[in-house]
Design a protein around this ligand. Structure first.
Ligand code: PMP
Length: 412
């Protein structure tokens, strides 16, 4: 039976179609969103929500940002896709933006953070020239769901049921340079690390961690891959989070925010590494994807960098984020249900103390916040994550934080 034949309102129809025709791999909340403007989402019943999570960080300029809509529309009326045997203007403009705000280097375009990491691992294998192929990653990390990205991810649960697994990935403690050193053998070729562990619950390493990794990688000729899928494009108060550490990686991967909500993944590599992806050097096509760098997505992404720079949103992320940390440090001191707060820029994790509150998990708080009309996210059992669009108005942020505080203080 077609879903519209059932006596359902729009939200009910949307959910019924999902339940009937889509794979049920996500634990979705029973809300269907139909519209987004700025930091406000509207569901099918007309109820509005303040978005403090940006769809896992992807909507870094909020919903339907005027400049991105203009860039998308202009490109859509001009050229969508030609394939990567020809040149298009938006790809080069985007690659230039990434190089300018990052560490130079050359970009390969794909569709997701996982794709970007897959590209990085393939490049690392070429760099190893058949003699070295192993990658060291960290416990608790998240790098995506592709086969290699899943192997790099430092969480057993993402691999459950997918044997036989790919060989060549080792995991060591996060924020422990000596553990990386100890895991190196003569087949090791790269280290992958998140500058801030996002999915693990917004964990910041010591200030000298990345510099330590950089030295170890230099000593052993390993590629340092920095996964900036969560932290890139200004979210942490620098263009890219590795910049807080004063180092440069060999490879940086981007996803989420870089597309502003469209499917863009980027692997940017310095010349030493990128040379191994060179058609002539390799003697053929070392890696490719048909729609990677399609003109509409890359036009939007290139424009996104311009808007972030024009509107000084990196600085804005730094100052608004510091405001959240200050506010929630005092809140944590007053509210027994909150154990502490950590983060950088507009990427904040509130560590909860479920035994002291009405809730049994951060997910329960996120669900209650959704009912109240504010979107946040739970990472793991106890961490509530806040990652609003960088364009959020101060009064909206203030209102959203106040709503969360109120919820955390509720009594059963
Ligand atoms: N790297 C990091 C640090 C991530 O947080 C994620 C997604 N949460 C990924 C990679 C994978 O990105 P995608 O979901 O776009 O494949």
């Amino acid at each position: 039976m077609a879903v519209q034949d059932q006596a359902l309102d729009l939200g009910g129809q949307i959910i019924a179609r999902h339940d009937r025709f889509m794979t049920l791999n996500y634990p979705r909340l029973p809300v269907a969103m139909v519209k987004g403007t700025g930091c406000t989402l509207t569901d099918a019943s007309g109820k509005e929500y303040l978005d403090l999570f940006s769809g896992f960080g992807a909507g870094i300029l909020g919903h339907c940002h005027e400049d991105l809509v203009t860039a998308a529309t202009r490109q859509m009326n001009r050229l969508w896709h030609v394939g990567n045997l020809l040149h298009t203007e938006p790809q080069g403009l985007l690659a230039e933006q990434i190089a300018r705000h990052g560490f130079g280097g050359r970009s390969f375009f794909c569709h997701s953070g996982s794709d970007a990491n897959e590209a990085a691992f393939k490049l690392a294998r070429l760099y190893g020239q058949g003699r070295r192929h192993k990658v060291i990653a960290t416990h608790g990390s998240f790098h995506g769901r592709g086969f290699a990205a899943m192997m790099a991810t430092g969480q057993e649960k993402v691999r459950r049921g997918f044997d036989p697994l790919l060989e060549g990935f080792a995991h060591v403690a996060y924020d422990d340079v000596e553990a990386v050193r100890g895991a190196i053998d003569d087949q090791t070729v790269a280290v992958i690390v998140e500058p801030i562990q996002g999915e693990a619950g917004v964990h910041l390493p010591a200030d000298d961690y990345l510099a330590g990794l950089r030295s170890v990688c230099d000593e052993h000729d390993l590629l340092l891959i920095v996964d900036e899928v969560w932290t890139g494009c200004g979210r942490t108060g620098r263009w890219f989070a590795y910049q807080h550490a004063g180092i440069e990686p060999d490879i940086m991967t981007l996803g989420k925010a870089v597309g502003g909500g469209l499917a863009v993944g980027v692997m940017c590599a310095n010349d030493k590494a990128a040379n191994f992806f060179d058609f002539n050097h390799y003697g053929g096509v070392p890696h490719a994807t048909t729609l990677g760098g399609n003109a509409v997505s890359t036009a939007v992404s290139a424009r996104l960098f311009e808007v972030i720079e024009r509107d000084r949103l990196v600085e804005r992320a730094a100052s608004l984020g510091q405001g959240i940390l200050d506010r929630w440090q005092s809140f944590a001191a007053d509210c027994p249900a909150v154990a502490g707060v950590r983060g950088r820029g507009l990427f904040v994790g509130l560590e909860l103390n479920p035994s002291e509150g009405w809730f049994d998990s951060a997910a329960a708080v996120a669900r209650r916040a959704l009912e109240a009309g504010v979107l946040v996210n739970a990472a793991g059992q106890d961490v509530l994550r806040v990652a609003p669009p960088l364009v959020i108005e101060e009064n909206d942020l203030d209102r959203g934080l106040g709503m969360i505080e109120q919820i955390l203080q509720e009594r059963p």
